[in-house]
Each structure stands twice: as structure tokens, then as C-alpha cells.
Design a protein around this ligand. Structure first.
Ligand code: SAM
Length: 266
């Protein structure tokens, strides 16, 4: 009997309907090279291997090797990488799509690592609460730093909710499948500044954008009086509106403001 390791997020999919939903939503063909994160017992890997040209699977837990060997005997297009997905150099793998039932404890860092590497399309399973934050609209309670960071790099769509009963062992919370399509619609001129800007303003999501920038002046290495002065000049010269509450600005609006403001602060 395999002993599931909670700290590795080992809730394995048992309802095949969601396996098919993930694979079909990713529109896998024999031209695709797919990356999967987390082998488990290989329920998703097998369906990917049936359709794709090649499947890379990154798995941390070597005690799952017998499931990997069983799959590799039947499919010649699977390559397993026994490592922590956060440590693997993704640029060395030639995948164009990602399909995975993610270990939830690495949801955020692995998503940004993948977006940094780039891909055509990903269909990923997240905790429902995390998925809701990724797809949230401005002005809603789920809208925050994660939303803007993701939506500034990709289109995100919640495909379906997945109940705890679809997994073994049953997790305490619901999950969701999310489709991510990267795009470069909005150009972020200074990525480091944009990160700092989001960290600063979402510390005060219910305040006006102007007030939140002033209250987080330390993030920019400035005193409140210094940033107040900069913002006065900025508003006058660029004719930007910083009066709305932080969480009411859309991702493209925040990118535009960050692009302009970076020229005043850095
Ligand atoms: N794909 C399988 C399925 O759907 O049944 C397993 C999904 S399970 C939610 C997550 C898998 O990721 C587990 O097999 C776990 O051992 C593995 N895992 C956890 N942390 C990992 C990490 N940092 N890098 C790679 N794999 C990891």
C-alpha cells in the first residue's frame, strides 16, 4: 500500500472525468510536448502520453518509482525527472504545454516560474480559493496582488470546479481547473519596478492608489514627504487618476501607471 504524504500535497485524482476535462481543454495533439508536475500514480500522465508527442513529468517523491516504471513500460514517450519542480531549469526542457494537478503548496512559485519560462497553454488544478483569486475581476473581494501579477502576463479562465470527492485521499477544500494562456498584450517596461509597485500598493488595497503609494513609500526607499512631492508632479504632468481604491484598478490600468511612474521614481 502506498502511504500518501500530506506535506507533498499527495491528493491523487481518482475521477477520470476531470482527467479528460484537463487533457481535452489543453487540446493535446501528437505535435505537443507536455510538461506535467507531480506524477502521483500517473492517472493524468497516461492520458497525456496517449495523445502527446512527448511528456516530461517532474516528481519529487522517488517512492512513486514503481508507478513510473509501469507507465514507461507501456509508453515510450514519457520522461520522468526526479527532482523538486522549483529547482529544475525549465529552459532545458522543450515543452510547449503544461497540464498538471499541482501540489498546492507550490501553486504560487511554480505558476510564476512557468510564466517566466513561457508556454503556449496550460491547464492546471489549483485550490478553488487560489483559482478564484487568479481569475478575479477588479472591484471584487478576491482581487489582489496575485490577480494582477497573473493577469498582467496571461489570460486566465476558470474551466470548472472540482469537488473533494474527485481525489483520494479527499482534500478538505474544493479545487478548480484553470486555463492559462500567456500573452504580451500589455508591455511591462520595468518588471522589477512593477513587482515592487504591486507589493507596495496591495498592502493598502482599500485606500486610494495615491494614499497607498505614500503609505508604502519605504518600498521605494523614499520618505513619505519625498513620494508625496513626486506624486504631485506625476499627477500634474501625466494627467493620471490615482484617486480610486487600489483594488478597483484593472491589470492594464496598473501596468500603464507603473510604466509611467517608474520613470519618476527610478
Ligand atoms: N498527477 C497526479 C494526480 O493527478 O493524481 C498527482 C497529483 S498530486 C496533487 C501532486 C504530486 O506532486 C504528488 O505526486 C507529489 O509527490 C508531487 N510533488 C509535490 N511537491 C513537488 C515538487 N516540489 N516538485 C515535484 N513534484 C512534487
Amino acid at each position: 500500500m502506498f502511504k500518501h504524504k500530506k506535506k507533498l500535497g499527495q491528493c491523487f485524482l481518482k475521477d477520470k472525468n476531470f482527467v479528460y476535462k484537463a487533457v481535452e481543454s489543453a487540446n493535446i495533439t501528437d505535435k505537443d510536448v507536455v510538461l506535467e508536475i507531480g506524477l502521483g500514480k500517473g492517472i493524468l500522465t497516461e492520458e497525456l502520453a496517449k495523445r502527446a508527442k512527448k511528456v516530461y513529468v517532474i516528481e519529487l517523491d522517488k517512492s512513486l518509482e514503481r508507478y513510473a516504471n509501469n507507465l514507461k513500460e507501456r509508453y515510450s514517450n514519457i520522461e520522468i525527472i526526479w527532482n523538486d519542480a522549483l529547482k529544475v531549469n525549465l529552459n532545458k526542457l522543450d515543452f510547449n504545454k503544461v497540464v498538471a494537478n499541482l501540489p498546492y503548496q507550490i501553486s504560487s512559485p511554480i505558476t510564476f516560474k512557468l510564466l517566466d519560462r513561457g508556454f503556449d497553454l496550460a491547464v492546471l488544478m489549483y485550490q478553488l480559493e487560489f483559482a478564484n483569486r487568479m481569475v478575479a475581476k477588479e472591484g471584487t473581494k478576491d482581487y489582489g496582488r496575485l490577480t494582477v501579477a497573473v493577469q498582467s502576463l496571461a489570460d486566465v479562465e476558470l474551466l470548472c470546479k472540482v469537488p473533494p470527492s474527485a481525489f483520494y485521499p479527499k482534500p478538505k477544500v474544493s479545487s478548480a481547473l484553470v486555463k492559462i494562456t500567456p500573452r504580451e498584450k500589455y508591455k511591462i517596461e520595468n518588471k522589477e519596478f512593477f513587482k515592487k509597485f504591486l507589493r507596495a500598493i496591495f498592502q493598502h488595497r482599500n485606500k486610494s492608489l495615491r494614499k497607498s503609494l505614500i503609505d508604502s513609500s519605504k518600498e521605494f526607499g523614499l520618505e513619505k514627504s519625498e513620494i508625496r512631492e513626486i506624486l504631485e508632479k506625476f499627477i500634474k504632468e501625466e494627467n493620471v487618476d490615482l484617486s480610486k481604491k487600489v483594488f478597483c484598478y484593472s491589470a492594464p490600468e496598473l501596468i500603464e501607471i507603473s510604466n509611467k511612474l517608474s520613470r519618476y521614481i527610478e
